[in-house]
Design a protein around this ligand. Structure first.
Ligand SMILES: N[C@@H](CCC(=O)N[C@@H](CS)C(=O)NCC(=O)O)C(=O)O
Length: 206
């Protein structure tokens, strides 16, 4: 059975949503970041970047075990393993899917994480850093807002793998920004739409 080594954050939730939506059996172990469990050799063997989450599928391609880090790679792997129904089907849609996936994990997740770090964890408070990361996150959120004004999901009418990557950042991380998502009505409506899916709800609770 697939094991997810995870943390109760948006990054962990993306993968549990994928596991639940795909109907793949799994178990999970919580990684103790405070204790540095993600920097130990056993974890680095799963994800050389030393960041949670990571997964181990004993029945990977060709029947051999596979370990993976990076939430984008994990969600796409799981969706393909489950038959590819949540993945874009045409070269044009695949290019669009990859654009949104990279945008979420590089241009949205990173400033949200840095904003949280500077607002809550940094040894010294630096208001300029909090402001810069808040602005960077809001700039990306504005692009998602404009895109979702005209359609229900990131790739159009169907819920897909990239929605699994976006939703937890909106439902969890972005809620910590001053003003939350109130300036982004299309994103709020999108959150209600995606959050109503039973698989998404189970993934968020896992
Ligand atoms: N780009 C990575 C980000 C992973 C990440 O930043 N994970 C956090 C927890 S949510 C972490 O392990 N932080 C501790 C560290 O970086 O040392 C992904 O999408 O998987």
């Amino acid at each position: 059975v697939i094991t997810l080594y995870t943390v109760p954050t948006a990054n962990g939730q993306k993968v549990t949503i994928a596991l639940e939506e795909c109907g793949l059996p799994y178990q999970f172990e919580t990684i103790d970041l405070q204790a540095g469990a993600h920097k130990r050799p056993a974890f680095l063997a799963l994800n050389p970047l030393g960041k949670a989450p990571a997964l181990l599928d004993p029945d990977g391609p060709g029947g051999a075990p596979i370990a993976l880090g990076e939430t984008g790679a994990m969600v796409f792997y799981l969706c393909r393993k489950a038959g590819g129904g949540f993945m874009a089907q045409t070269p044009r849609a695949q290019a669009e899917q990859d654009f949104w996936a990279f945008a979420i994990n590089a241009s949205l997740a990173m400033p949200l994480a840095m904003q949280f770090y500077h607002a809550n964890l940094a040894p010294e408070r630096a208001d300029w850093a909090i402001d810069a990361m808040t602005t960077a996150a809001r700039t990306t959120l504005s692009a998602f807002e404009r895109h979702l004004e005209g359609q229900d999901y990131l790739l159009g009418a169907q819920f897909s793998a990239v929605d699994m990557l976006l939703y937890p950042h909106l439902a969890t991380s972005a809620q910590r920004l001053p003003g939350k998502l109130t300036a982004f009505p299309a994103l709020e409506a999108y959150c209600a739409r995606v959050g109503a899916r039973p698989g998404v709800q189970r993934g968020m609770m896992a």
